[in-house]
Write a protein that binds this ligand. Structure first.
Ligand code: FAD
Length: 382
């Protein structure tokens, strides 16, 4: 029987994140959601508390946390606000290619500043022509002497208008398909780099999302991560690492929905008794808690697999896919339990549904996760 107990260090990390989520994120969540405000002061505070750059090794000043520890933190943060959590953990996504594929010099040069001071970075893979088929991306990287020249457009990039650094995936030759994709470190102030305006989104409205244009952007060869053609694998390995915390983020949204729904069900009365005493509501709550606990366990299983040194593609795909679907149906049930009030913006549960939806789409849509899962499954039976 596996031991699911946490170490004292893990308990204190979780407590730190819980306190920050409850006292500094949650009180501003509704206002930021309504206004679509990017609360940079909260992100700075998260950085001060060591809740950013969770995956950056300690030798560069980061937290150097295991994926399991990251998941414990992210689940708590998501209960404060899903959108803020997306922005807080975007540095982990953007910096992971440098951790995985950078040389010792590149890591020291590019990771250390993020831990010495508050800065944001963005991971630039998705393009307007398609995100799921990342091997077909169109942004070009042409080598000219000791530089590459980047031309193209990325879209839906988290934190892009506020980031000082981009990790960018471009192709040296579209004919090569995924074998042409190469990763680059691109400082925001490089001439020709232009983030677009903030998108007006359905959920995660405290997060910022925009296009980034690259026009004749000259990047030194020294900023290439790995060899030419190694970018696709680097992107996929990055997503294997970061997808599991998305499972935790979805679990946190689901947990928040359950907490609100259970409290409401105890207080709201119909037919002379609290609605929590109607069996139909009890069954809903029972199903909700089962889904959330299963999501948490699958997320922890994926985290432990990756922390053991395995790639964990299957486990992280299962965790992200299951937890995000669970968050959606749990948030939906929470609205149903709130009845008409659940549909009103004055109450917190409709935001949770809007926030849950994104977890089914980003870091690889769930259709793509199911393709990964079924491929692995069928390989075992072939
Ligand atoms: C708020 C937000 C933040 C994001 N942040 C980032 C970021 O920081 N960096 C970044 O690079 N990207 C980011 N993304 C992009 C995100 O990862 C993509 O939206 C996602 O991968 C899907 O790509 P797409 O939107 O182009 O959909 P498409 O690839 O066009 O897919 C459309 C639909 O078709 C389905 N589909 C596609 N191919 C198949 C197939 N073979 N079989 C079955 N179904 C299929 C998809 O699952 C989806 O349902 C973000 C997106 C959003 C909305």
């Amino acid at each position: 029987m596996p031991d699911f107990s946490l170490t004292p260090e893990q308990e204190s990390l979780r407590d730190l994140a819980r306190k920050f989520a409850r006292t500094e994120m949650a009180p501003h969540a509704a206002e930021c959601d309504k206004a679509g405000r990017f609360p940079e002061e909260i992100y700075r505070r998260g950085w001060e508390l060591g809740l950013m750059n969770l995956n950056v090794p300690t030798e560069y000043g980061g937290s150097g946390l295991s994926v399991m520890d990251q998941c414990l933190i992210v689940e708590e943060l998501a209960q404060g606000c899903g959108g803020m959590t997306t922005s807080i953990i975007a540095n982990c996504l953007a910096l992971e290619p440098i951790i995985l594929g950078g040389t010792a010099e590149q890591r020291a040069q590019w990771l250390t500043p993020f831990c010495a001071e508050y800065h944001l970075a963005s991971f630039c893979l998705t393009e307007p022509g398609g995100g799921s088929d990342a091997g077909a991306l169109k942004t070009r990287a042409r080598k000219e002497g000791d530089h590459y020249v980047l031309d193209g457009e990325k879209c839906f990039i988290t934190n892009a208008p506020h980031a000082s650094l981009y990790t960018v995936f471009a192709t040296i030759d579209p004919q090569l398909g995924h074998k042409g994709i190469t990763a680059f470190i691109v400082p925001r102030d490089t001439p020709g780099v232009a983030p677009g305006k903030d998108e007006d989104k359905m959920g995660h409205r405290a997060s910022s999302t925009s296009t980034v244009h690259f026009e004749g952007v000259r990047v030194p060869v020294a900023n290439r991560l790995g060899a030419e053609g190694e970018g696709f694998l680097m992107a996929m390995r990055t997503l294997d690492q970061t997808r599991t915390p998305i499972g935790a983020l979805a679990t946190g949204i689901g947990q928040a929905a359950l907490d609100h729904a259970a409290k409401y069900a105890l207080g709201r009365r119909s037919f002379g008794k609290p609605i929590a005493e109607h069996q139909a509501i009890q069954i809903k709550l029972a199903n909700m808690v089962q889904s959330i606990r299963a999501a948490r366990l699958l997320t922890w299983q994926a985290a432990v697999t990756i922390d053991r040194g395995e790639r964990g593609s299957l486990e992280s795909a299962i965790a992200k896919c299951y937890a995000s679907d669970a968050a959606m149906h749990v948030a939906d049930d929470a609205i149903q339990i709130f009845g008409g009030y659940g549909y009103m913006k004055e109450y917190p549960v409709e935001k949770l549904l809007r926030d849950a939806k994104l977890t089914q789409i980003y870091e690889g849509a769930n259709e793509i996760q199911r393709i990964v899962i079924s491929k692995e499954l069928l390989r075992a039976y072939a």
